[in-house]
Every structure is written in structure tokens, then in C-alpha cells.
Design a protein around this ligand. Structure first.
Ligand SMILES: [Zn+2]
Length: 57
């Protein structure tokens, strides 16, 4: 389990097995967040910029 923080609302997120460039949704504010960097016990997130791109759900 890796901890991250939503850059939008500051909520703490627990991610099971994050992968860089994966998109996760903040359970608090519903923002789509992109995994930028995964460290040993911490993950860096930024608000995803999706420009009409199909991520295949
Ligand atoms: Zn949030």
C-alpha cells in the first residue's frame, strides 16, 4: 500500500499498486489524478489533463 495526496483537495489516498502514468480518481473530490512518480511508500500525483483522449476505460 502506497500513500498519496490529492493535489486538488489535499485528501490522503491509499493506492494498492500504483503505476506511473496510471489515472486514479480521488474518492473525496472525484478529480482524475495521474500518477507521476512512485516511491517506496509514497506516490506523487497531479491532476490529469485528459484532452479528449480515450483511455479505454
Ligand atoms: Zn481530491
Amino acid at each position: 500500500m502506497v500513500k498519496g495526496k490529492c493535489p486538488e483537495c489535499g485528501a490522503d489516498l491509499d493506492l494498492e499498486d500504483p503505476v506511473v502514468r496510471e489515472i486514479v480518481e480521488c474518492p473525496d473530490c472525484g478529480s482524475e489524478l495521474e500518477v507521476v512518480d512512485v516511491k517506496k511508500d509514497k506516490v506523487e500525483l497531479k491532476v490529469a489533463e485528459i484532452e479528449g483522449e480515450d483511455w479505454g476505460e
